[in-house]
Design a protein around this ligand. Structure first.
Ligand code: FAD
Ligand code: FES
Length: 257
């Protein structure tokens, strides 16, 4: 798969709520090449600090623009949040293995997104507009502050359900509380992205119900290209790099200690 390193202009940086930001880059070649589940590796500074790029899932790729949806958690992502319209960012991508396209026999597609893990499902739902399966998003946010409008998902024909830890919005509890809200079928396919405990819960649920699925994993990254092995995780097939062998893995391959 061709990887592109390019410098792209920031055309928009929007604060979505108290927690999340949305960054839009003018990047026609990248927008054309990227597939749902892949990520971009962004140099957030021209200086040596931070030295390494930071990985972000592609949230949307429409009309020559590439969008990411992010939460500033540390130095790098906070620098990204301070970008201005017109700034130019050095971006490597698209990187990693994308989600598998659901086959025609899949009648229900369930996206399970925990917090910022919802990001890759927007571009995925954009590409599935013609797929006849029912599409459902189970979104879990830690608090009311972590919730945001899911209107764009609804516009793409996705049914949405929300949970928050304290029940301030939607169902009280973790996103796994939402599993009971949907009628599953043997032809349901699950796609998950979020914190590790959530992924472990989704993998256990899928195994229990005999369902297939994939999960997009996160690890701290350096090279992003499969060279340093710094992002390796255990799988049933041995250690695999999240950046090159993943980030998307079959749910059955994942090993949670
Ligand atoms: C494939 C992939 C896709 C991602 N997509 C998104 C996205 O769409 N939106 C988004 O907001 N974030 C995403 N992330 C996470 C994002 O890369 C990290 O939040 C960011 O790199 C943190 O950098 P920092 O310099 O701000 O924080 P640092 O100062 O480097 O770290 C701050 C804290 O976050 C922890 N941390 C850093 N990176 C990760 C990570 N990858 N996983 C778990 N904890 C981490 C550190 O251990 C530390 O506790 C993704 C990560 C991966 C691997
Ligand atoms: S970050 Fe270097 S191998 Fe994944």
């Amino acid at each position: 798969m061709k990887k592109i390193q390019g410098k792209y202009k920031v055309v928009e940086l929007v604060r979505v709520n108290d927690i999340y930001y949305r960054l839009v880059l003018d990047a026609p070649a990248l927008a054309k090449a990227v597939k749902p589940g892949q990520f971009v590796h962004i140099r957030v500074s021209d200086h040596f600090e931070p030295l390494f790029r930071r990985p972000f899932s592609v949230y949307r790729a429409l009309a020559g623009k590439v969008e990411i949806f992010f939460e500033p958690v540390g130095k790098g992502s906070k620098m990204l949040a301070s970008c201005k319209k017109g700034d130019v960012l050095d971006v490597l991508g698209p990187l990693g293995k994308p989600f598998a396209s659901p086959s025609r026999s899949v009648k229900q597609i369930v996206f399970v997104g925990g917090g910022i893990g919802v990001a890759p499902f927007m571009i995925f739902s954009d590409t599935l507009l013609k797929h006849k399966a029912e599409k459902v998003l189970l979104y879990g946010g830690r608090s009311k502050a972590h919730t945001f409008s899911l209107a764009e998902f609804k516009k793409n024909g996705v049914k949405t359900f929300i949970s928050t830890d304290d029940g301030a919005v939607g169902v009280k509890g973790r996103v796994s509380e939402l599993f009971s809200k949907i009628d599953l079928a043997p032809t349901t396919f699950i796609y998950a992205c979020g914190p590790k405990p959530m992924m472990a819960a989704v993998a256990a649920f899928a195994c229990d119900k005999g369902l297939s699925g994939e999960a997009s994993m996160e690890e701290v990254m350096a090279c992003g290209l499969g060279a340093c092995l710094g992002c390796s995780i255990p799988t049933t097939k041995g250690y695999r790099t999240v950046c090159h062998d993943g980030p998307v893995f079959d749910l059955k391959e994942l090993v949670f200690a």
